[in-house]
Design a protein around this ligand. Structure first.
Ligand SMILES: [Zn+2]
Length: 179
């Protein structure tokens, strides 16, 4: 077999985003059907496999092996991976937004999001395939966000404790000064 005979096929099976060349994640047509705006849905080729580009700085949300792209503006909802606003959902099925997760951690020092979602998954109430633009479970993203917020809050709290002890030290010195 010549080296060239497969190259076209290889290109066809390529799963890299046509814009940023990053590897895409396979996504089912049902996800596109539920989340694309109606004009964009008309462009979908049902014979093709589609992929999700999760790169934050790439406008492509979905692409196929023919290098067709569907971008952020063609999707009905904001994309967690590409939209850093706090009102964007991390869990699309139960609307755990960045802000909701953050507020809970700020108020209670912990997050019930993962437990809540796992319970709903057990009860078969989640539908990531049609709610989440990546078409798969949100739990990895939820865990990442929770860890990130907890670490940041710990940092802030440590800083407050540190500055409090500095303040104590200053007051202490002032006290001796007065004596
Ligand atoms: Zn991309």
């Amino acid at each position: 077999m010549s080296k060239n005979c497969c190259s076209e096929n290889e290109q066809k099976n390529s799963q890299n985003c046509p814009i940023n060349q990053q590897k895409g994640k396979p996504v089912k047509i049902i996800t596109l059907e539920s989340l694309l705006k109606s004009e964009a849905l008309l462009k979908v080729n049902y014979q093709e496999n589609y992929f999700f580009c999760e790169a934050q700085n790439c406008p492509v949300v979905y692409f196929n092996q023919e290098r067709q792209i569907l971008t952020i503006s063609e999707v009905k909802i904001p994309i967690f991976e590409k939209d850093m606003r706090e009102e964007v959902p991390v869990c699309y099925c139960f609307n755990w937004t960045r802000n909701r997760i953050y507020q809970e951690i700020k108020e209670t020092n912990k997050s019930t999001a993962e437990y809540f979602i796992l319970e709903q998954v057990k009860a078969k109430n989640c539908a990531c395939e049609i709610n989440n633009p990546r078409g798969t479970c949100c739990l990895n993203n939820v865990r990442k966000i929770v860890k990130n917020y907890q670490e940041n809050l710990n940092l802030i709290q440590n800083r407050i404790i540190l500055s409090k002890s500095k303040l104590d030290m200053l007051l202490f010195l002032c006290y001796f000064d007065e004596l």
